[in-house]
Write a protein that binds this ligand. Structure first.
Ligand code: ATP
Length: 321
């Protein structure tokens, strides 16, 4: 940032859940989760402009979609506004500002990639920088946790295991880059709360087969083929049974190649974990060709347009410039 400017910019990446399991219940109606999370090089861009004002105001002035459009609130329900107001509440004795935010979404909205959570983490980091770091990293992490279970992860990003609600984090040091083809079906997807509700009805806590630690260890060992067998998401059977077209896409992606195909978070975004970038690109080409061919299974099974992105793992969370 130049101090002559009243503008700060940030990038907040999307994440993939390489593993996602529910171990049990926590007080307050929360679920105890265990998940191996990974940031990727698909990121939203946020531009914050600060002007002195009589009271603290946050306005999301505009949202631009770099990829597929989605339903992003422009009012105080936006996680950016919620994060800014929480920051301000913890920092009461300073001059007020009007904070205007322009948001450019690249991370698919409501897709299980934590886009909104990343935006909230970016907001806390930008405000801390603008006000010359009144808060320590741990205080910022505490505020992040209040905004949502996924928000603390985005402060540092990279590869981390999330436990408790997903907000108690341990860093995993991976030296190798991971490659993915991300596939976002434009389904009128299930809401996250609906997926958790369906999970509760079935009550199958702890798959005992999906282990974030084992997956992290296997990835650290550098054998991606055997690591890919440790990937998994406890929500897949629930979501696939309610959205058979997603199961169809998953099966077809598995046939097209890659090491494994899974759903991130509560979906509906799927990702193919691949040996390298070239393999992800090759699957993407096959996918585009297949969807153009109206005589094959795609048109019979699902009237869907798929967006896809070749992505690589990153070692960082939010970047504030
Ligand atoms: P979650 O699993 O937490 O529901 P997600 O990763 O599936 O999240 P997000 O893109 O974070 O998906 O969006 C979740 C919901 O939050 C959407 O319904 C969206 O309208 C709302 N939302 C609020 N603020 C934002 C924001 N800044 N960016 C994207 N969505 C936002």
């Amino acid at each position: 940032m130049s101090r002559h400017s009243n503008t700060l910019r940030a990038q907040s990446p999307g994440k993939l859940n390489l593993t996602f399991d529910i171990l049990g219940d926590l007080p307050g109606g929360y679920h105890e989760v265990e998940t191996l999370m990974q940031t990727i090089d698909l990121a939203d861009e946020l531009t914050f402009t600060f002007e002195p004002a009589e009271e603290f105001l946050v306005e999301i002035t505009s949202v631009e979609f770099a990829g597929p459009t989605g339903d992003v609130p422009l009012n105080q329900n936006n996680l950016i506004a919620k994060a800014a107001h929480l920051f301000r509440k913890n920092f009461p004795d300073k001059p007020d500002y009007k904070v205007s935010v322009h948001l450019r979404k690249a991370v698919p909205v409501a897709g299980g990639m934590g886009g909104g959570s990343g935006n909230a983490a970016a907001t806390l980091m930008v405000l801390n920088k603008w006000f010359k770091s009144p808060f320590s990293d741990s205080k910022i992490a505490e505020m992040a946790s209040k905004l949502g279970a996924d928000v603390p992860f985005f402060l540092n990003g990279g590869t981390q295991i999330g436990r408790h609600r997903g907000n108690v984090l341990s860093k995993v040091d991976l030296s190798n880059e991971l490659h993915f083809l991300i596939v976002g079906p434009k389904l009128f997807g299930l809401q996250t709360a609906e997926v958790y509700g369906a999970f509760d009805e079935n009550k199958v806590n702890g798959t005992a087969t999906i282990s974030a630690t084992e997956c992290a260890e296997a990835l650290k060992g550098g054998d991606e083929k055997s690591a890919s067998q440790k990937f998994g998401n406890v929500f897949e059977p629930i979501v696939f049974s309610r959205r058979p077209e997603l199961q169809f896409i998953r099966n077809r992606l598995t046939e097209l190649g890659g090491l494994c195909t899974h759903m991130t978070g509560s979906g509906p975004t799927l990702y193919v974990f691949t040996a390298d970038k070239a393999e992800a690109e090759s699957i993407q080409r096959k996918l585009v060709d297949e969807q153009r061919d109206v005589t094959n299974g795609w048109s019979n099974h699902c009237d869907l347009i798929l967006n896809s992105w070749v992505a690589t793992s990153t070692k960082r969370g939010v970047i504030v410039a």
